[in-house]
Ligand binder design. Structure first.
Ligand code: ADP
Ligand code: MG
Length: 379
C-alpha cells in the first residue's frame, strides 16, 4: 500500500513539475532597515506573480511590471519562502538534480534567504538549514522502505578559481572541475562529508564560513565578490527492490550582480568585476538557452556553469531566486536584476501567461453569458 501511494505521489508530483516547466523564477523584496524612510521606495504593487516597479524620475511618472512564478513581499517570512520551495527540495530524495540560485545586488538579501542572519535562530534560519532539516525528517519517515546517505560539499568560486571551504589544508589549493563526473562529483577533490543531522550541518557551515573569511582578510568583502555553493548529495536505496537513486542539490549564493562603475574599478576590483560579470552572464545564457530548449547550451563559458553542467537541464529542476532592494538608490540595479530574471524565464513564463489569459477570457465569456441571461430575464 505504502509503495503504491509513494509511486502515485511521485507521478503526480512529476506531472505538476513538468507542467510548470523545469525552470522557475521567484522574486523576493528585502524590507527597509529600521529607521529608513519608506517614502523612498521603488516597489509598487506586488501580486502573486507580479511586481511593479516605480521608475518615476524628475517628476515624470513611470512604472514597469515584471512577471515571475512567484513574488514575495518584504513581509514574507523565512518559513513562507521555504514552504513554497519544499516540493522542489524534497524531489532530491527521488533522484532529481536541483539547482537553487540566489541572485541580486549586494545587500538585497541573498545570504538572508539562503543561510539567514549571522546568528541563526529557529525562525530566522534560511533555505540551506531548512532544506537539510526537511531531508533528514523525510529520511527518518521513509526508513522502513529506503536507506539514504546524505553528504555535503561546500566550495567557493572566486575569480574563476574553485576552493574547498570544508578543508583548511586545501584552502589555497585550486580545484579542478570534471565535466563528465563518473561518481556524480563535479569537484571530486573537494571534501565530501557525510552528515547525519542538522547539527552536523550547522557545524560544517560554520567551518565553511570561517574558511571563507580567511580569504576576506586580503580583499575586503570577499563574500559578495564570490559564488558560494553548498552541494547536498543524496544516495538512496529502495530496500525492497534494491534500486539505487542518486540526487544532488546545489544551493548557490551568487556574487553580487551590481555593475561596478568603470571609472571606479581598477586592479583587483576590476578583475573581480570582470569575472563576476562573465560568470553571471554565462549563467544567464545557459538558463535561457535551456528555457528555449536550444540544442546547444554554452556551459563552457564559466567555472560556475561548468560546475553545474550535470545539474542544469535535462530532468534537473532549477530555481532562480532573484532579490531586490526597495531603495530609490537601487533603482538601476533593481531594473537590471529584474530584466535578467525575465530573460532567463521568458519562455516558460510566456506559456504561463498564455494560460492565465485563457482563464481570464473564459471568465469573461461566462460573465457575458450571465449578463445575457439577466437581460433576457428582465425582458
Ligand atoms: P546579500 O547577501 O544579498 O548581500 P544580505 O542577505 O546580507 O544581502 O542582506 C543585507 C542585510 O539585510 C542583512 O543585514 C540582512 O540581515 C538584511 N535582510 C535581508 N533580507 C532580509 C529580510 N527578508 N528580512 C529581514 N532582513 C533582511
Ligand atoms: Mg551575501
Amino acid at each position: 500500500g505504502y509503495q503504491k501511494v509513494m509511486e502515485e505521489n511521485r507521478k503526480l508530483y512529476n506531472q505538476v513539475m513538468d507542467l510548470k516547466g523545469n525552470i522557475r523564477v521567484y522574486c523576493r523584496v528585502r524590507p527597509f532597515f529600521p529607521g529608513q524612510s519608506r517614502e523612498l521606495s521603488t516597489i509598487g504593487l506586488i501580486e502573486e506573480g507580479k511586481i511593479t516597479i516605480v521608475t518615476s524620475k524628475n517628476g515624470k511618472e513611470g512604472f514597469k511590471t515584471f512577471n515571475f512564478n512567484k513574488v514575495f513581499s518584504p513581509s514574507a517570512t523565512q518559513q513562507e519562502v521555504f514552504s513554497d520551495m519544499r516540493p522542489l527540495i524534497r524531489s532530491v530524495l527521488d533522484g532529481y538534480n536541483i539547482c537553487i540560485f540566489a541572485y541580486g545586488q549586494t545587500g538585497s538579501g541573498k545570504t538572508h534567504t539562503m543561510s539567514g542572519p549571522k546568528e541563526i535562530t529557529e525562525t530566522s534560519m534560511g533555505v540551506n538549514y531548512r532544506a537539510l532539516n526537511d531531508l533528514f525528517y523525510i529520511v527518518e519517515n521513509r526508513r522502513e522502505n529506503f536507506s539514504y546517505e546524505i553528504s555535503v560539499q561546500m566550495i567557493e568560486i572566486y575569480n574563476e578559481q574553485v576552493r574547498d571551504l570544508l578543508s583548511k589544508s586545501a584552502l589555497n589549493q585550486r580545484l579542478e572541475i570534471r565535466s563528465n563526473p563518473q561518481n556524480g562529483l563535479a569537484v571530486p577533490d573537494a571534501n565530501v562529508i557525510t552528515v547525519q543531522s542538522t547539527s552536523d550541518v550547522i557545524e560544517l557551515m560554520k567551518l565553511g564560513q570561517t574558511n571563507r573569511a580567511v580569504g576576506a582578510t586580503a580583499m575586503n568583502d570577499r563574500s559578495s565578490r564570490s559564488h558560494s555553493c553548498l552541494t547536498i548529495h543524496v544516495k538512496g536505496r529502495e530496500l525492497a527492490s534494491g534500486t539505487i537513486l542518486h540526487g544532488c542539490m546545489h544551493l548557490i549564493d551568487l556574487a553580487g550582480s551590481e555593475r561596478v562603475e568603470k571609472s571606479e574599478a581598477r586592479g583587483d576590483r576590476l578583475k573581480e568585476a570582470q569575472h563576476i560579470n562573465k560568470s553571471l552572464s554565462a549563467l544567464g545564457d545557459v538558463i535561457s538557452s535551456l528555457a528555449q530548449r536550444n540544442s546547444h547550451v554554452p556551459y563552457r563559458n564559466s567555472k560556475l556553469t561548468q560546475l553545474l553542467q550535470g545539474s542544469l537541464g535535462g530532468q534537473a529542476k532549477t530555481l532562480m531566486f532573484v532579490h531586490v532592494s526597495p531603495e530609490v538608490d537601487a533603482l538601476g540595479e533593481t531594473l537590471s536584476t529584474l530584466n535578467f530574471a525575465e530573460r532567463v524565464s521568458s519562455v516558460e513564463l510566456g506559456a504561463a501567461r498564455a494560460n492565465k489569459e485563457s482563464t481570464e477570457v473564459k471568465g469573461l465569456k461566462e460573465e457575458v453569458v450571465h449578463l445575457k441571461e439577466e437581460l433576457a430575464g428582465k425582458n
